[in-house]
Design a protein around this ligand. Structure first.
Ligand SMILES: [Zn+2]
Length: 284
């Protein structure tokens, strides 16, 4: 077999097609019903606290709300790769609901993650086109998880703009969506400033920091240059149920446009090509 034919048939083996009954009429995939219900439920809880709770109850709620939103962050990640709804206006509305809970603005994931990290994650500094979520310092030494998380937390806005300048269309959407996002935050701060900070802004920032923290293990220390051995996986049923298969990370990087609900099928196909030490069975 010719090398190009072999490569072609290998690529064909990575193709996964969703059965028609897994598609929806309002949603692209019916599997998104659960994540959307969860994201909306936590948002309604926030709104109720914002409108009715005393400042003390709001203070007590900061950490629990950040904890609940930790599970909305992967939902947001998946939605930014494959929009959940068929209608664009519903996707933009859902973007806002997720952004207010996770601390990542609409199209922020698209710029930093889809068009940044996914294209560059095999390049670590001092590479000239480094990963936006890089885990090495400028001198090529490996960061610890705390340094990585702080760096990502402080630098992601700059990197979004940097990537945006190379992708003007997505950057325009990113900037346009600031209007409703900042408008909603502004109205919240005007009506109930303390509650808006305690119920929305502070928990969202904590969730954002945790999002960086949780991504460290995906690639840190892996210097390989192929999709199949450049990610660490969590092949744990509970972990993947709670994160929408985020643990099947090699499959996700192999096919970033594949809906999260189809990742187990791709993972099964490629599992024997992933180094065994890059498949972790535990939840933590
Ligand atoms: Zn991704």
């Amino acid at each position: 077999m010719e090398a190009s034919q072999a490569a072609g048939s290998l690529e064909a083996s990575f193709r996964i097609t969703a059965a028609p009954d897994r598609r929806g009429t309002i949603l692209k995939y019916k599997a998104d019903r659960g994540p959307i219900a969860y994201g909306v439920a936590v948002f309604m809880l926030r709104l109720t606290l914002w409108a009715l709770a005393t400042p003390l109850i709001c203070v007590i709620s900061v950490l629990p709300l950040a904890g609940l939103s930790v599970f909305i962050a992967p939902i947001n990640h998946h939605h930014q790769h494959v929009n959940s709804f068929r209608a664009a206006w519903l996707n933009r509305l859902y973007d806002l609901l997720l952004a207010l809970q996770c601390g990542v603005a609409p199209y922020g994931w698209v710029l930093h993650h889809n068009l940044g990290h996914h294209l560059h994650y095999l390049n670590q500094p001092p590479h000239e086109s480094p990963d936006e979520s890089h885990w090495t310092r400028a001198d090529g030494t490996k960061m610890g998880i705390f340094a990585y998380s702080v760096h990502l937390f402080l630098h992601h806005q700059i990197d979004m703009v940097r990537v945006g300048l190379r992708h003007p269309r997505q950057f325009r959407y990113f900037l346009l969506m600031k209007l409703p996002l900042w408008g909603l935050i502004g109205v919240g701060l005007w009506l109930r400033p303390l509650e808006t900070v305690l119920v929305f802004l502070l928990p969202a920032l904590l969730t954002l920091f945790h999002t960086g923290w949780a991504t460290y293990e995906h690639h840190a220390g892996l210097t390989q240059n192929d999709h199949l051995d450049a990610s660490r996986n969590r092949d744990n049923r509970l972990y993947n149920a709670l994160t929408g298969n985020l643990g099947l990370h090699t499959a996700h990087h192999k096919r970033p446009g594949l809906h999260w609900s189809l990742l187990p099928e791709l993972h099964e196909k490629i599992r024997d090509q992933i180094p065994e030490e890059q498949i972790i069975k535990s939840f933590w």
